[in-house]
Design a protein around this ligand. Sequence first.
Ligand code: SR1
Ligand code: MG
Length: 417
Amino acid sequence: THSPYEPLQADTLADRLGGLPQMTARIGPPAQWRVSEIGDGNLNLVFIVEGAAGSVVVKQALPYARVVGESWPMSLDRSFFEQEALLRLGRRDPGRLPEIYYFDRHQAIQIMEHLRPHVILRKGLMAGERFPLMAGQLGRYLARTLFRGSDWAMETARRKADLALFAGNVELCGITEDLFFTDPFHDCARNSHSPGLDSAVAAIRADRELKLAALELKARFCGSAQTLLHGDLHTGSIMVCAADTRIIDAEFATYGPMGFDIGSLLANLWMAVFALPGLRPDDEAMPAYRGWILDTAETIWTTFAEEFTRLWHGERGGILGGRELFEDQADAIGSELALNTMLDGIWRDAVGFAGIEIHRRILGLAHIPEFETITDEARRAGCEYRALMAGRVLAVERGRLATIGQVRTLIARLEGR
Ligand code: SR1
Ligand code: MG
């Protein structure tokens, strides 16, 4: 028997969790706990609990979408899928996720490592901070989790069981299907946009090529179960400091195409660049910082490709192992052709998904603070407009943008540089 689900509150948390050895062993007796609610995401409650001996983070799913309110009920099961995903992603790239100390499925409560001195990457970028090791760590994280969760690495029984398990995360997967690929491209009640974008929005809704690209990419997202994705890998799902990078918030985990996680992350870095002239119009350091963000995006992709190549040569052994076809006959060219075809496809998908992520963050339900906090409306609409134009090219011309250098040139052209 379980006590009925109840949301935690700062002033009830010590009573509710004070009996757990997983808490007291780490942070000391509940009488000395200080609790603050710090959640600013779209879905969950997040508390920092500090005690005499240390601190932890407590995350609890709400039975509705926090960003909208109780009118949008949302299953608590997402926290079970998040747990299952964190376990797998953590095994595939050890040390890159927070340590989980305790999970209560019925109350949808996770207790985890309090990452310090990390900050949310999105906030770090808005504050102009640099993180020298982050790009390499993220590139390797992407290659290891995406490769090791795929048919290139997993054997049949395990892979099919996982596929069936994560098929259960249907509600959150459905949210991604709608919020990314459909809502932004029609007049949906959940959408909003800056007033200065009215005519751009009308043009987007009449843009058949763009809507076809969104539909093709939606079909790719729904129909390609290449690997276990994080499923929401934007810069708010990454915590970072000078030495370390961690991935959090995996409740949108689903099987999908590898390029989805990569494209979501790159899009958020590119949007950070488009927002800079609005966020810091008079800052002389802005051009150099812009260059650092673009370099970071580039290093993430090149590190991903290098690490993916290393894993391909060293760890291929799953359903699609392919060694019988090439290496037994010493056909190195065949093997390299297969690898390059794979990397080309991942890149093309990533570019397309990045374009869609940009559109949904400016036109859909879930906006981002980089743009939202630009107080001058005209300036804000200008930044968003340039980002939308880039997003359109990324989505529609994803087959023609062969390198990340070409994306950099595109961004510079749209910014008038
Ligand atoms: C109703 S959920 C809206 C968005 O918030 C999450 O962080 C995901 O990005 C989702 O699309
Ligand atoms: Mg999140």
